[in-house]
Design a protein around this ligand. Structure first.
Ligand SMILES: [Cu+2]
Length: 419
């Protein structure tokens, strides 16, 4: 059979666009064919119904209880009960209708970030439409003219609504499923939160000094691992709706950067990196072939972004024994701490919990028990788990068992180096 786009579509069970629009039924799969569905870390994709050829989605904005990791819950704002809201997945060429109901205490609007559409569907409150008042439902309808990794978020009282967690992913698959085909397709959004230790509401007045740094509104160790079978082609889609840029770093592989805000890049425009900076308001598609098994760290490379409940402006006591002073100050100032005499790792050793005792509803700064001790990581950190065999599908396979002779080992310190 001649390999043409039409034949590929037919082989994939995908009818030509016109036919699909005319005959689409509610049974149509989320991605419109044998495409790999997106795995939203700690999340899900939004179901839809097809009405006369239009895929109809429904987002409901409202206040929710959100847990960053066991130990810290807040009152957040999100969509359909979560932050981020569910991922919208559709196919290039689809006609979509997205109903947005506002159950927030104030007005909102919703902007489809990166999507090509008529101006009146752009969702900028006051510019392209009146705001969506509490209790109202508005409909957005447009035809998807592109493919790529995109986002949605309010364009109304953004300082408060983004600080409270209102955001989501909007992923448009290519009409031709052979374009950018992968075996595993992960997605997450980067965000920052000012939840001061011991409080339950994000502080929208904070501009730079945040306490929590998240992948899909979770912190390590509560971020799901990315589970992959050895040899699979993997894509990680990252969008950034935080106030900082984040250098996202994966250990163990050279990464192909294959797409950005404008969609998939031609092959000649790909870059080879091990760290990719994802700027504010940007999206990046990162791909690699998982040919080396193991537990590979995936994290933001800014050290403060892999900590939780990070105190700012704390006294630098590295090299100074302040333990007695710290104890006396803590009696007057609950939660007071300094950096520690030998570095901050000593705070991990101080308590079985792996942190200095903080106020209620405050996570350990550096948590996450690994197979060889505390990882001393929090925030924007998780693990890509690559295995030869995955007997339970893509369930967490546990920690990697290193084959003999493939792991660093303790050796005798040479006599001349002993102190
Ligand atoms: Cu970062």
């Amino acid at each position: 059979m001649k390999i043409s786009r039409r034949n590929l579509l037919a082989a994939a069970g995908v009818a030509p666009l016109a036919t699909r629009l005319a005959t689409a039924t509610a049974a149509a799969p989320a991605a419109g064919g044998p495409r790999t569905a997106v795995t939203t870390l700690n999340g899900r994709s939004l179901p839809f119904v097809v009405k006369e050829g239009v895929k109809e989605f429904h987002l409901v904005a409202g206040e929710i209880e959100h847990e960053f990791a066991p130990g810290t819950k807040i009152r957040a704002w999100g969509y359909n009960g979560s932050t981020p809201g569910p991922t919208i997945e559709a196919v290039e060429g689809d006609r979509v209708r997205i109903l947005v109901t506002n159950n927030l205490p104030e007005h909102t609007s919703i902007h489809w970030h990166g999507i090509l559409l008529p101006n009146g569907m752009d969702g900028v409150g006051g510019l392209t439409q009146p705001h969506i008042e509490p209790g109202e439902t508005w409909a957005y309808e447009f035809t998807l003219r592109q493919h790529g990794t995109h986002m949605y978020h309010p364009h109304a009282d953004e300082v408060v609504q983004l600080a409270n967690g209102m955001m989501g992913l909007f992923i448009v698959h290519p009409r031709d499923p052979s374009i950018g085909a992968v075996d595993r397709d992960f997605a997450f959004l980067l965000h920052n939160w000012a939840v001061h230790p011991g409080t339950w509401r994000p502080d929208p007045s904070v501009m730079t000094e945040f306490d929590l740094w998240t992948f899909n509104s979770r912190v390590f160790p509560a971020i799901e691992p990315l589970v992959v079978r050895r040899g699979q082609r993997v894509r990680i889609r990252v969008g950034n709706l935080s106030m900082h840029e984040h250098p996202i770093h994966l250990h163990g592989y050279r990464l192909d950067i294959t797409g950005g805000d404008g969609g998939r890049w031609p092959r000649a425009a790909w870059r080879t990196e091990v760290t990719e900076i994802v700027g504010v308001g940007q999206m990046r598609d990162i791909e690699f072939t998982a040919d080396e098994p193991g537990d590979w760290a995936l994290h933001c490379h800014k050290p403060h972004h892999t900590m939780n409940a990070m105190g700012h402006g704390i006294p630098n006591s590295v090299g100074v024994d302040t333990s007695e002073v710290d104890e006396r100050l803590r009696a007057m100032l609950p939660g007071y701490m300094s950096t520690g005499r030998n570095g901050m790792a000593e705070h991990v050793e101080h308590t079985a919990m792996g942190h200095m005792p903080g106020p209620e509803n405050t996570l350990p700064m550096m948590g996450g028990e690994g197979p060889f001790g505390n990882l001393e990581m929090g925030g924007m950190f998780t693990v890509v788990k690559v295995r030869d065999r995955l007997p339970d599908g893509y369930a967490d396979p546990g920690w990697y068992q290193h084959p003999p002779g493939t792991q660093a080992r303790r050796v005798e310190t040479p006599a001349e180096d002993r102190k």
